[in-house]
Design a protein around this ligand. Structure first.
Ligand code: UDP
Length: 309
C-alpha cells in the first residue's frame, strides 16, 4: 500500500513509518519539523519506499501518486509546546485535518485520525469510556489542543456522513518511549532526563493527579489492529494501569538509581486531575490490550535517553 502519514517524523509517527516499511508498504511522510525531528527518520531516508516532504499540513498538500491510507498524526502534542504555539496547534487540528480528509477523499483512501484523551478534558467520569462527552474549558490554556482535536473528530465524522469516507479514530492516552524529545516537557521525558542529570524531579502540584502510561510498542500494535478492523467509531488506546505523578517520580528515581529528590511546583491551569482509559472496546473489538508494564517500558525509555543526552 501507499501510506501517507502527516507528522511522520514525530514520536509516534516515526515508529509507524518504520513499521509500515518493514511490512513492505510505501510511506509518504509529511512533516514541518516544528516538533517532529528529522533524526527520528534519518535511517529511513535511503529506503526507496520512503519519501519525506517538509511541509506544514495546515497548508494544502498535493501529491500525484495513488494513496491507500492517510494517517493524520501531525500535531503539537505536549502541553508545554502547544501552550507555546496555540495558533499552530489549532491550525494542525483544524486545517491539517481538513487537508488530510481532502486528500483521502480525492484519492478514495481510508482516513485515520490520531485523536486524544484530552478531548475528555478534566473528566468527571472515571475511567473514561468512548461514550463520555468530556469536560473541557473552551477558552483555557489547553483549549488550543483539546478543542482542535474535538473539531478534528467532528470534521472526520462530517466527511464520513457527507462523503461516505472510510474512517478510523483513536483516542490516545499518555504514551511514552524512545523517540520522545528530551525537552518536550512531558512528564515521562522530564522525569527521566532530570534523574539522568542528577537534577531534582519537578512534580507539579502535590503529585496526586493520575495518568495511565502506555508504552509505544503497545500503542503501535493497537494502531495496526484499528487499521485492520471494520469499526469506524472512536476507540480509546492506552494502558489502564493508573499511577499518581508522585509514584511515577519515585519509580523513575529508583530505576535510574538517582537520589536527586523531588521539587514541587504549582499545578498548571486546567491540568486534569485523573485520567485512565476504559479499554473495553479495544479488548472486545480488536482483541488488544497493553503488554508492557510501566517498569519495563521505563527501563527501555531510560536506556534510550541515556544514549541521547
Ligand atoms: N507533570 C509534572 N512534572 C513535569 C511534567 C508534568 O508533575 O515535569 C505533570 C503534569 O502537571 C500532569 C502530568 O504530569 O499532571 C502529565 O503531564 P504531561 O505534560 O506529560 O501530559 P498531560 O497528561 O497533562 O497531557
Amino acid at each position: 500500500m501507499n501510506i501517507l502519514i502527516s507528522g511522520g517524523s514525530g514520536f509516534i509517527g516515526s515508529h509507524l513509518c518504520k513499521k509500515f516499511l518493514a511490512q513492505g508498504h510505501r510511506v509518504i511522510c509529511v512533516d514541518n519539523f516544528i516538533t517532529g525531528r528529522k533524526e527520528n527518520v534519518e535511517d529511513l531516508i535511503t529506503n526507496d519506499n520512503f519519501k519525506l516532504y517538509e511541509h506544514d499540513i495546515s497548508e494544502p498538500f498535493f501529491i500525484e501518486s495513488d494513496i491507500d491510507w492517510v494517517l493524520h498524526f501531525a500535531s503539537i502534542a505536549s502541553p508545554k509546546d502547544y501552550i507555546a504555539y496555540p495558533i499552530k496547534t489549532l491550525k494542525s487540528g483544524l486545517l491539517g485535518t481538513h487537508n488530510c480528509l481532502g486528500i483521502a477523499k480525492a484519492k478514495k483512501a481510508k482516513f485515520f485520525l490520531a485523536s486524544t484523551s484530552e478531548i475528555y478534558g478534566d473528566p468527571d467520569i472515571h475511567p473514561q469510556p468512548e461514550e463520555y462527552w468530556g469536560r473541557v474549558n473552551s477558552i483555557g490554556i489547553r483549549s488550543c489542543y483539546d478543542e482542535s482535536k474535538r473539531a478534528a473528530e467532528a470534521l472526520t465524522y462530517a466527511y464520513y456522513r457527507q462523503h461516505g469516507l472510510d474512517v478510523r479514530v483513536i483516542r490516545i492516552f499518555n504514551t511514552y518511549g524512545p523517540n520522545m524529545q528530551a525537552d518536550d516537557g512531558r512528564v515521562v521525558s522530564n522525569f527521566i532526563v532530570q534523574a539522568l542529570r542528577s537534577q531534582p524531579i519537578t512534580v507539579y502540584g502535590q503529585g496526586d493527579q493520575t495518568r495511565s502510561f502506555c508504552y509505544i510498542d503497545d500503542l503501535i500494535a493497537g494502531i495496526l489492529k484499528v487499521m485492520g478492523a471494520y469499526y469506524y467509531l472512536p476507540i480509546n488506546l492506552g494502558n489502564p494501569a493508573e499511577f499518581t505523578v508522585l509514584e511515577l517520580a519515585q519509580l523513575t528515581l529508583k530505576l535510574v538509581g538517582a537520589n536527586s529528590g523531588i521539587e514541587y511546583f504549582p499545578l498548571p491551569e486546567d491540568d486534569p486531575k485523573q485520567r485512565k482509559p476504559d479499554i473495553t472496546k479495544a479488548k472486545e473489538i480488536l482483541n488488544w490490550q497493553p503488554q508492557v508494564s510501566l517498569e519495563q517500558g521505563l527501563k527501555n525509555t531510560i536506556a534510550y535517553f541515556k544514549s541521547k543526552i
